[in-house]
Ligand binder design. Structure first.
Ligand SMILES: Cc1cc2nc3c(=O)[nH]c(=O)nc-3n(C[C@H](O)[C@H](O)[C@H](O)COP(=O)(O)OP(=O)(O)OC[C@H]3O[C@@H](n4cnc5c(N)ncnc54)[C@H](O)[C@@H]3O)c2cc1C
Ligand code: SF4
Length: 565
């Protein structure tokens, strides 16, 4: 049970944020015997208890349409959105940026797509390989044992492929490809694009007391049988069962408190239910509020000893931030028209995907992307600009409209590119000196710049997706975007894979934390979200956040035992 105010005591560890990073830190540290207090800005939520799996849309007068706090739909599991009332952020003139934030126990892990890819050996050493960006101070081999542990604890489906920079894991059997995914595989093979079973944190066999997926396809609503990964059901509940975790929800952390010796002594927070300001005390502080929020907390933690914010003697807090690049292309495939009835049940997400398959040395952009596939049995949407009128003879009224809906049902195919952005000096966040949120906490201001590296990569995505649809005998819905349109690259932040801001390194002059995610300037302060990432990789980041958070927690437990913090 979450508390309104915690018992007054000094905990071993205080963790801020309960998403992938915070949930894993709470799990690993309580299992190691530490007394932990976890502060979360949102309210309590366990998908197995509070999710809306199998609730029919027609049960609501809104028919499941989105609400202000549920932008992905009324029954979606994520409380949050691009805008949160009373919690603004600002964007510098000339920049475009969107920031998705979840405000609930488990953060964004309640909704996420569960595409679970390990960063590979090359992803940690890009500068050594091509001179661009920076190397991490650690290697794949340092993180690999923790990837294995995450696979075993959380569970993931996939297949062993032996692709060098797409390391295999300990996989449950993947669900079989659906009909349209078989067509995609056929076209990919013709074009020599690697297409393999997807890797998602959904269990297809029972694991650690959780049931196997029953293919309801509604992962975004939260899973009543705990067959997919969300931090509350898979990490926080077992941490609570140790009796070592004190959970404080609706606690918005303002800053890290520092003692006269320069060490962190805890955090101050606003109790969102009462509006009161309070403090909790701990021997170690772990920030896991999500990459950019953790930067914000550090930049707002100013003392005479740390006038530019805590752990910021390098001036790099808020710098080297990235998001995944992205763009989408959709089309209509005549071969899937008037389909024969067939079963397309499955895990709520794709069953196949395409990892990066080319050599960047032969291309005009330095980093790769992977391809996510979507389509299948859902009716073309109604409405102007995005529905059935895009199909040949589509639209109209009455009988023809009904016939067209039947004919084109399940005939749409779509591809989404998700690629690596290289950090650049024009992309960073800082405190806006003029704006505070409803708690009086100064907010972040974003600067964002895409380089030709990213734009050329996204142009290549378009060419590839159009070639795939062509190979499938289909018609693309939209014209090829131009350079002047930035090739329709998604706005910074829009792919919701923000990383960096507290990057790791061996040199305290150019990095915020060490390879163990320990602040160079404050030895009992750690970051356990995507903040310490040095590079973005062409992978979705959460599996690597989980593995790193576990590794960091083991280091903290070890150092506490040695009285070294
Ligand atoms: C629609 C969507 C699809 C996605 N799909 C994928 C995918 O397929 N694969 C993948 O790898 N990743 C995906 N992601 C990204 C993934 O969700 C994040 O990488 C992951 O959740 C990050 O974990 P985190 O712990 O850093 O942050 P979060 O999960 O965001 O958790 C941070 C928590 O900290 C809390 N918090 C913030 N500030 C404060 C404060 N000041 N005080 C107290 N608490 C605070 C927040 O309320 C939140 O609960 C997706 C995200 C979204 C939204
Ligand atoms: S598809 Fe599987 S994992 Fe996803 S919500 Fe349904 S049962 Fe759970």
């Amino acid at each position: 049970m979450a508390l309104l105010s915690p018992p007054r005591k000094t905990y071993d560890v205080c963790i801020v944020g309960s998403g992938a990073g915070g949930g894993m830190a709470a799990y690993a540290l309580t299992k190691a015997g530490a007394s932990v207090i976890l502060l979360e800005a949102g309210g309590s939520f366990y998908g197995s208890r509070d999710g809306k799996m199998l609730v029919p849309n027609y049960s609501s007068p809104r028919r499941g349409a989105s609400t202000k706090t549920r932008p992905f739909g009324e029954f979606d599991a994520c409380d949050g959105g691009w805008e949160i009332e009373g919690e603004p952020y600002t964007v510098a003139s000339g920049s475009r940026f969107l920031w998705w934030r979840a405000r609930m126990l488990g953060g964004r892990t309640n909704h996420w797509g569960r595409i679970s890819l390990r960063f590979g050996p090359d992803d940690f050493k890009r500068k050594s390989l091509d001179g661009i960006g920076d190397d991490w101070p650690i290697s794949y081999n340092d993180v690999a044992p923790y990837f294995d542990r995450v696979d075993r604890l959380v569970g993931i489906y996939g297949s062993k492929e032996g692709i060098r920079n797409e390391p295999d894991g300990i996989f449950h059997p993947p669900p079989p490809p659906r009909c349209y995914e078989l067509l995609v595989k056929k076209a990919s093979d013709k074009l020599k694009i690697t297409c393999i079973p997807a890797r998602r944190s959904v269990i297809t066999q029972p694991l650690n007391g959780r049931a196997a997926c029953h293919y309801c396809g509604q992962c975004n609503r939260g899973c009543a049988t705990r067959s997919n990964f969300s931090s509350p059901d898979v990490l926080i509940a077992p941490a609570q069962a140790t009796g070592k975790l004190t959970l404080l929800t609706n606690a918005m952390v303002r800053e890290v408190i520092v003692g006269p010796d320069g060490k962190a002594t805890g955090v101050s927070y606003v109790n969102k239910l009462t509006g009161e300001e309070a403090q909790v005390h701990a021997r170690v502080v772990v920030l896991a509020a999500s990459a950019l929020e953790s930067s914000r907390i550090l930049l707002n933690s100013k003392t005479p000893k740390f006038p530019n914010g805590l752990a910021n003697s390098s001036g790099t807090v808020g710098k080297y931030i990235t998001d995944t690049t992205g763009t989408d292309v959709a089309g209509y495939i005549p071969a899937m028209e008037n389909h024969v009835a067939h079963n397309e049940d499955g895990a709520g997400g794709m069953h196949v995907y395409m990892p990066w398959w080319l050599d960047n040395k032969k291309l005009d952009f330095p980093r790769g992307y992977h391809i996510e596939v979507w389509g299948g049995l859902s009716a073309p949407g109604a409405g102007f600009g995005g529905g059935i009128q895009r199909y040949p003879s589509g639209g109209g009224y009455g009988k023809q409209l009904k016939n067209d809906y039947r004919r084109y049902y399940g005939a749409t195919i779509g591809f989404s590119g998700r690629g690596e952005m290289v950090p650049n000096d024009g992309t960073y966040c800082e405190i806006d000196p003029n704006v505070v949120d409803r708690f009086g906490i100064p907010v972040l201001r974003f600067h964002w710049k895409w380089a030709d590296y990213e734009l050329n990569q996204v142009r290549h995505m378009h060419q590839t997706f159009r070639a795939l649809i062509d190979q499938m005998g289909g018609q693309v819905f939209s014209p090829m975007p131009t350079k002047e349109q930035d090739y329709n690259i998604a706005t910074g932040g829009q792919i919701i894979h923000e990383l960096g801001g507290t990057r790791m390194g061996t040199d305290p002059k150019t990095s915020v934390v060490t390879g163990n995610c320990q602040a160079h300037d404050v030895k009992n302060l750690f970051v356990a979200d995507g903040g310490p990432f040095v590079s973005q990789a062409d992978k979705n980041p959460t599996w690597t956040i989980l593995a790193l958070a576990w590794r960091t927690s083991d280091y903290i437990a070890d150092q506490m035992k040695r009285n070294a913090l």
